[in-house]
Unconditional design. Structure first.
Length: 107
């Protein structure tokens, strides 16, 4: 099982380099990892490693307000999801501007 993410800055049409992302377990509520995206808008390593295979509910918090340098509308973007297959690959991309975002389960 692996969990990865990447962020695309749709305001400027490029990867969102330098965005802080937190990975939380939902139950029990616990911060598992805090990363900053690289020049390609990706976390350098998977957010959950093979020895951390855990079925459960998680939340990624994307710090968009800090990244864009403004908090006029969006600040922290929580994306809550479930891992139901311990052998699966989970990829959670975020497309974001200061005013909107979308996500999906990628490949």
């Amino acid at each position: 099982m692996s969990l990865t993410t990447h962020v695309l800055d749709t305001k400027n049409g490029r990867p969102a380099a330098g965005m802080t992302i937190e990975l939380w377990s939902v139950e029990p509520r616990k911060l598992l990892r805090k990363v900053t995206t690289n020049t390609d808008g990706r976390a350098a390593e998977p957010l959950l490693l093979p020895n951390e295979r855990m079925i459960g509910e998680y939340e990624l918090i994307f710090h968009a307000g800090d990244y864009f340098g403004e908090r006029q509308f969006l600040d922290q973007i929580p994306v809550r999801f479930k891992i139901s297959d311990a052998a699966g690959k989970y990829h959670v991309p975020l497309l974001v501007s200061p005013w909107s975002y979308s996500t999906y389960r990628g490949s």
